[in-house]
Design a protein around this ligand. Structure first.
Ligand code: 13P
Length: 256
């Protein structure tokens, strides 16, 4: 069976104090750590340490960063390297989120270099892809996602696969309250899985593919019940421990 992952991308929300509060609340909600899926929260760089501290020693609870630089160190004002993330005990990193592609104009060359840097430090890379509304309306969504996979993951060595997670996040579903239907998400996840196997070999069958875009408590179970959806990357609904936990419970239910 593939790994299942419930992840939260906090974007530019929460202070260190609020992060600690969330960390403690989530611990309270879990009497024992989940056995059949992993949890990962991606807070701002400033809050990684607070969450790592709060969850120290808890199996299955991970902390990640929302970005990293492609260089290990250097004269790059305002940047953070993969090496530094490892130093503060983050073990995951998001690469290629659509908000960074849009606002920071990240190019596929940069994304490719970031993926390589993160893998070089043995981080788990959550590579984000997904089409814009116009692409879907023009029936180009498969082409767009194919290009995003080829340009950034096309040259990866298959031995990197155990460190790779893909998140499919259709841009039209992010923060809009409009979720992809389970059938739409399943169709794209199955497509991504076939394509990953084409470019990275048969072991890509085991690569977790998460869905992101307005995942909430009321739609999580129907998404997680689909065969190729291995979890979620949750934005808004990951900010409250209770909401996040409720979505994670839907994963337990889907697996039972
Ligand atoms: P929402 O869950 O708020 O739509 O955000 C999704 C997202 O961008 C996660 O990376």
């Amino acid at each position: 069976m593939r790994r299942k992952i419930i992840a939260g991308n906090w974007k530019m929300y929460k202070s260190p104090a609020e992060t600690r509060e969330f960390g403690e609340e989530l611990k309270q909600l879990y009497k024992t750590p989940p056995k059949d899926y992993e949890i990962c929260i991606f807070p701002t760089y400033l809050c990684i340490d607070s969450l790592v501290e709060s969850w120290k020693g808890l199996e299955g609870f991970h902390v990640g960063a929302q970005n990293c630089h492609w260089a290990n160190m250097g004269a790059y004002t305002g940047e953070i390297s993969a090496a530094m993330l490892v130093d503060v005990q983050a073990d995951h990193v998001l690469i290629g989120h659509s908000e960074r592609r849009q606002y920071q104009k990240e190019t596929h060359q940069e994304l490719q270099a970031k993926v390589m840097a993160a893998l070089g430090f043995d981080l788990q890379v959550v590579y984000c892809c997904g089409e814009m509304l116009d692409d879907r309306q023009a029936d180009k969504h498969f082409d767009v996602v194919t290009r995003q996979l080829d340009e950034v993951l096309g040259k990866l060595h298959p031995r990197a696969l155990p460190n790779l997670i893909v998140a499919y996040e259709p841009v039209w579903a992010i923060g809009t309250g409009v979720t992809a239907t389970p059938a739409q998400a399943q169709e794209m996840h199955a497509f991504i899985r076939r394509h990953l196997k084409k470019i990275l070999g048969s072991k890509a069958e085991r690569t977790p593919i998460l869905y992101g875009g307005s995942v909430k408590q009321n739609n999580a179970l129907s998404l997680f019940s689909m065969g190729d959806i291995d979890g979620a990357l949750i934005g808004g609904a990951s900010l409250q421990a209770g909401d996040f936990w409720a979505i994670a419970q839907a994963m337990s239910q889907a697996l039972s």
